[in-house]
Structures are given as C-alpha cells and as structure tokens.
Design a binder for this molecule. Structure first.
Ligand SMILES: Cc1cc2nc3c(=O)[nH]c(=O)nc-3n(C[C@H](O)[C@H](O)[C@H](O)COP(=O)(O)O)c2cc1C
Length: 165
C-alpha cells in the first residue's frame, strides 16, 4: 500500500460525502436486541427492492449481524440525533426504556423515524475492514418528518435550496 496514504485524511475526504443517519437493528442468536448507528446505508435496487450498509469487523455487533436473517433500518428524523449518539456508544444498554414494536423475524422497531425498512439479509460481502450487508426490503413505512443529516463528522439539518427564477 502507498505509505503516504493517511487514513485520517482519507476519513476527512469521505466526510465531504453528506449522508442521512440510520439505526440498524436485529436480534442476536440468543434473541437479544442489537442495534447501531450507521451512515453507510444506501439504496441499491428498486426491483427487487434492495439496500446496503457496512459494519466494521471490530464492532461488538459483528457476530450478531453476520448470523441475523433479518434486520431493520431506521432512517432517522432530524430530532433523533441524541438517539443516534446513544446507538453509537459502547457499554450502555442502547434499548433501555425505549418503546419497541416487533417486525419481520422479531426485529426490534424504534419509533420516531422518518422511514423504516424491514429487510431479509440477502448477501454479505467482505469490504476491507468492513462487511457489506445487502438486504432485500420486505416491508417499509415512511412519515413526513425531516431527515437527520451527517456532514463532515457532525449532525446537521437539510435545507432546501431555492432556485432563483
Ligand atoms: C453518525 C454515525 C455513523 C456511523 N456509521 C457507521 C457505519 O456505517 N458502520 C459502522 O460499522 N459503524 C458506524 N458508526 C459507529 C457505530 O455506531 C459504533 O459507534 C461502533 O461500531 C462501536 O460500537 P459497536 O462496537 O457496539 O458496534 C457510526 C457512528 C456514528 C455516530
């Protein structure tokens, strides 16, 4: 590998790619709820409906998601930044006190999102230090809520650009 390749600067360069923010949830092999914040989510295919996201090999959740037959994607609303932080923290019960619904395969579903997708794990690919999960969307819901944005390592609002006439 090129020795001058600086991972920190690479990370900063990638931060120019502004994204939404999701929380991905599943059940682990014991039936325990797992979930984490991810901005690597993207759409893949309309027919069949497919999406993807990637999870670091060093994640405490890697074994759970590798064996999970289903997962749910919550596309977070603008007022859910505290929830996004909570689901990125280690050493806490991320689900404590949260009202949950159950989706396909028993996956935990959180409220308040801008959209929610229930997926079947269709493919898993090695992607360097991450695993790429491709899910087939089995069910979805969405609400008229403004989305949460992640830009250059910080949460942000999306603002419409007005075209001058
Ligand atoms: C806005 C945001 C986006 C994130 N996106 C990802 C992601 O796409 N993939 C990933 O593996 N970790 C991502 N993380 C980090 C995880 O949420 C989590 O902090 C990390 O994996 C450590 O916790 P864990 O070991 O329980 O997974 C993101 C964190 C934040 C705050």
């Amino acid at each position: 590998m090129n020795q001058s390749f600086d991972p920190q600067r690479f990370r900063q360069a990638l931060g120019a790619f502004t994204t939404g923010v999701t929380i991905i949830t599943a059940l682990d092999a014991d039936g325990t709820d797992v979930g984490m914040t991810a901005n690597s989510f993207n759409s893949v295919s309309l027919t069949p409906p497919m999406v993807l996201w990637s999870l670091g090999h060093s994640s405490t959740n890697i074994a759970a998601f590798l064996q999970a037959k289903h997962f749910a994607v919550h596309i977070l609303a603008a007022d859910q930044d505290a929830l996004a932080l909570r689901f990125s923290q280690r050493g806490i019960d991320r689900f404590a006190g949260l009202p949950l619904e159950r989706g396909v395969g028993g996956v935990p579903l959180l409220g308040g999102a801008a959209a929610r997708l229930e997926c079947r794990t269709a493919f898993q690919y090695e992607g360097g230090d991450h695993v790429i999960f491709v899910g087939e969307v089995l069910a979805f819901e969405h609400w008229e809520r403004e989305p949460l944005v992640f830009k250059r390592g910080r949460f942000a609002y999306a603002v419409d650009k007005t075209t001058s006439t």
